[in-house]
Design a protein around this ligand. Structure first.
Ligand SMILES: C[S@@+](CC[C@H](N)C(=O)[O-])C[C@H]1O[C@@H](n2cnc3c(N)ncnc32)[C@H](O)[C@@H]1O
Length: 218
């Protein structure tokens, strides 16, 4: 139900940066550190679900050209105000094709987004289409730790509605690995990090970060 999630993203946009600061969101540093050694300057990098630009920011500071897609106009507005991104496009990531030409980017990143999207299968095919050969795809997804109260919507994918009404999706590692294989990606590096803590229930949520490379002979 993307519409509802995107409306909630709009409502959250003005407070997003203060909230991530308070919650010590280290995702942007994790993704940048994974990608940095593999990216020559100046690259053309796409951020899927760019939000207010937190994850794109270190790439922009390092001189990479940034294109950002997001389904929330209010999030993009915050990003624009921070002057992050050379091109920002309003687009629902559950809708394919993305309004981007094929064979176009050196790297695609997506951080803290996959748990909000269903299905993610078409997104992976799109990333394969728009990346250049040997291109990099770095992303995070929620670790498969907290599935109590979730419903399996397809093998390997679990759905849950949070207290705030957001529909979230947890993906099994084997599901993500199959998507990567099916789309000709080879995993180069990975790590796990603490994404946030629900202070009310004292629950820790970990994310998996993956850095993969598109095979040249796809
Ligand atoms: C938790 S924020 C992460 C933002 C940014 N990547 C970061 O690292 O701070 C999730 C972002 O995904 C966007 N998003 C969620 N569902 C989406 C969808 N279906 N299509 C496009 N964007 C979506 C939201 O608008 C929001 O900006």
């Amino acid at each position: 139900m993307p519409g509802k999630n995107l409306k909630l993203a709009d409502d959250f946009a003005a407070d997003y940066d203060a909230s991530v600061l308070q919650n010590n969101w280290i995702g942007p540093k994790v993704i940048f550190d994974l990608v940095k050694p593999h990216l020559n300057k100046p690259s053309s990098t796409l951020d899927l679900g760019i939000g207010t630009g937190e994850s794109a920011s270190p790439f922009a500071l390092a001189g990479h050209k940034i294109t950002g897609l997001d389904g929330s106009e209010k999030m993009l507005e915050q990003c624009r105000q921070k002057k992050i991104g050379d091109e920002l496009v309003l687009h629902n990531l559950e809708v394919v094709p993305f309004p981007l030409t094929s064979n176009n980017f050196d790297a695609v990143i997506s951080n803290g987004v996959f748990h909000l999207i269903h299905p993610i299968t078409p997104l992976f095919s799109e990333v394969q289409r728009i990346l250049k050969p040997n291109g990099i795809f770095a992303f995070s997804y929620e670790a498969f730790d907290h599935i109590e109260g979730s419903t399996q919507v397809e093998p390997g994918v679990w759905e849950k509605e949070t207290e705030t009404g957001v529909l979230t999706y947890t993906h099994e590692k084997t599901y993500i690995r199959k998507l990567l294989r099916d789309n000709q990606f080879e995993v180069i590096d990975q790590s796990q990090f603490l994404a946030f803590v629900n202070k009310k229930s004292n629950t820790k949520f970990y994310f998996e970060a993956v850095m993969a490379r598109l095979k040249p002979n796809r």
